[in-house]
Design a protein around this ligand. Structure first.
Ligand code: SF4
Length: 319
């Protein structure tokens, strides 16, 4: 029987899902993802996590709690840097400790550090550290790492073409509209692709015949180029993606409005969104709205804000 590795469906799950799956499967382990977020998972996360954490971290705790009795190991890597010369949000670095100290009776946690700040090749060391738990054959680990990198490349290119992660994973398929207005949604993947915490945003837009452009549909070079107007190199990957995508969306005349999703308690977004708003007010006159999500967000108040934003988009279209 293969070893079961729990992979909580939160934080960067949707960014690295094919990589993780290919790597573990090639090594003969079984990846066990938690299900899509639901009320039970959100409630567990809110109960066990410290109060002042951001919403995605709370949700992540709920996913770990859901999985903990169903797997042999839990994979919670310590992500320090995923792009050379950039850091990721510090919450990713502290995640293994936060989980260990908040949740009782966990299985063994694989908390290898991923730190590519100085060099990308550090990833290989980290993968060997994980792979050694399943095999003593370094050739097999190398082969699994190559397969994982290939799968990630295919996945990123597929998202770039407009496919959504749910469709790629054969889990959900949201029809993409071809006619209505086009709106840009700038946010982090763990808010965008978690349809429980974002109140089914993509489904709602699609049902209304609205097209959307998402950060994963933009080339990384475009994001870099847009951030170059800031004068200073961005060294936080999370805010670079957010700011670069939002500036592209503001600059692109085909985009009729920009919606930003943020979560209560996110320090990085509070600075990034302020910067985006200032830059936007100076140069562009497009409908722009920020919706803050937390564990108390309900469908009624979310819909009211979304409708208000869409009214602005339709009004602009008629002008
Ligand atoms: S960027 Fe914000 S929302 Fe994301 S993990 Fe960090 S604090 Fe939380």
């Amino acid at each position: 029987m293969s070893i079961k590795i729990g992979v909580p469906r939160g934080m960067y799950f949707y960014k690295y899902y094919p990589f993780t799956k290919a790597f573990l499967t090639e090594l003969g382990a079984e990846m066990v993802p938690s299900p899509q977020t639901n009320k039970e998972i959100l409630d567990m996360g809110s109960r066990y996590c410290i109060d002042d954490a951001c919403l995605p971290v709370k949700v992540y705790h709920g996913h770990v709690q859901y999985l903990k009795d169903k797997v042999d190991y839990m994979l919670i890597p310590r992500l320090t840097s995923v792009v050379p010369r950039e850091y990721i949000c510090p919450k990713f670095g502290g995640l293994p400790e936060m989980v260990k100290f908040s949740l009782p009776e966990l299985p063994q946690i694989i908390d290898v550090e991923i730190d590519l700040y100085k060099r990308k090749s550090n990833l290989i060391k980290a993968l060997y550290a994980v792979g050694k738990r399943f095999t003593s054959n370094p050739y097999l680990i190398k082969r699994a790492a190559a397969k994982a990198a290939k799968e990630l490349n295919i996945y990123e290119n597929t998202l770039l073409q407009g496919c959504l992660p749910g469709k790629y994973m054969n889990e959900t398929d949201i029809p993409v509209s071809n006619n209505g207005p086009l709106i840009g949604i700038a946010t982090h993947p763990y808010l965008l692709y978690d349809s429980f915490i974002n109140m089914k945003l993509l489904e709602k837009l699609s049902n209304k015949g609205i097209k959307f452009l998402l950060p994963e549909m933009l080339d990384k070079k475009v994001i870099e180029e847009k951030c170059s107007v800031l004068g200073k190199r961005m060294f936080w990957s999370s805010s670079k993606d957010l700011i670069g995508s939002a500036l592209y969306m503001m600059d692109n005349s085909k985009i009729d409005g920009i919606l930003m999703l943020t979560s209560f308690g996110c320090g990085i977004d509070s600075l990034s969104i302020d910067l985006i708003e200032r830059l936007g007010r100076k140069t562009y006159r497009k409908p722009f709205m920020v919706i803050t999500l937390d564990e108390h967000t309900g469908d009624a108040n979310f819909n009211t804000r979304l409708e208000a934003f869409l009214d602005l988009v339709y009004r602009r279209e008629m002008m």
